[in-house]
Design a binder for this molecule. Structure first.
Ligand code: UDP
Length: 238
């Protein structure tokens, strides 16, 4: 069966890596994610991953507590590099070839991000892990995911969520009347103020016509079902 998507940008939040929250990075979660990602490679799908850092550090709360904003944001970007190394280790132990690339130079631990090299790695079947977001303070890794998806010509951004399986009209955890969308436009998502990704990232996706699928990684096989063209989660597009 031919996959619907040939090249995907998977966004994993930092929080997802923490699992039940007893540690910042759960080896069980890393193993589970690795197995899910491996199912994509079996179909010849090219995979780039952008990782968040919220399990270790986020700029926002530290800034509220008085820290200088750029300093706090750089710490967040460094947190994503720690996560990238952990995921790289798990993917490789699960038999995949990988390259970690960082938007902030750290030559001893990972390659610097160069767009054309990232493309070449994916063409060779390597999973490319993109760390340090955009490399710029004041942004988020959602913006990093949107930017890299555009640069790398990904067919779709796959936004993995925990405990929620798509985009709802309201928060389904607090509002029992909330209904799930199979599809929603960027404009609707923005004007309804739905918390899917931050508005800078969502606007970027809208301007560059980058489809997003919001889905739950908690259900085994979901990632594979999406690339094979099944209706899973919520599609955001024009
Ligand atoms: N960050 C940044 N620029 C970027 C990406 C991230 O300054 O391009 C900082 C920002 O402070 C953010 C933190 O890194 O709070 C962690 O990233 P994020 O909150 O996106 O992680 P997630 O919520 O996906 O775990």
């Amino acid at each position: 069966m031919q996959p619907r998507y040939k090249r995907v940008l998977l966004k994993l939040s930092g929080e997802a890596l923490a699992g039940d929250g007893k540690t910042n990075i759960s080896p069980d979660v890393l193993n589970y994610m690795s197995a899910e990602i491996k199912r994509l490679l079996a179909h010849g799908v090219q995979v780039a991953i952008v990782l968040g850092g919220g399990n270790i550090w986020r700029g926002g709360p530290a800034i509220k507590a008085g820290m200088e904003p750029p300093q706090a944001h750089y710490m967040g970007m460094l947190a994503t590099i720690i996560n990238a190394l952990a995921l790289q280790d798990a993917l490789e132990r699960n038999g995949m070839q990988t390259r970690a690339m960082t938007a902030i130079k750290m030559d001893e631990v990972a390659e610097s991000y160069i767009r054309r090299r990232a493309v070449r790695h994916m063409e060779k079947g390597r999973v490319v892990i993109l760390a340090a977001g955009t490399g710029n303070p004041y942004f988020t890794t959602d913006s990093g995911a949107a930017l890299r998806a555009a640069e790398l010509d990904a067919d779709v951004i796959l936004m993995a969520k925990n405990r929620v399986d798509g985009v709802y009209s309201a928060d389904p955890r607090t509002n029992p009347t909330a209904t799930k969308f199979d599809h929603i436009t960027y404009f609707d998502a923005l004007t309804r103020g739905l918390t899917i990704m931050d508005s800078t990232a969502l606007t970027f996706c809208m301007d560059n016509n980058l489809p997003i699928i919001v889905f739950s990684l908690d259900t085994p096989g979901n990632l594979e079902r999406i690339v094979l063209g099944e209706q899973v989660g919520t599609l955001i597009s024009n």
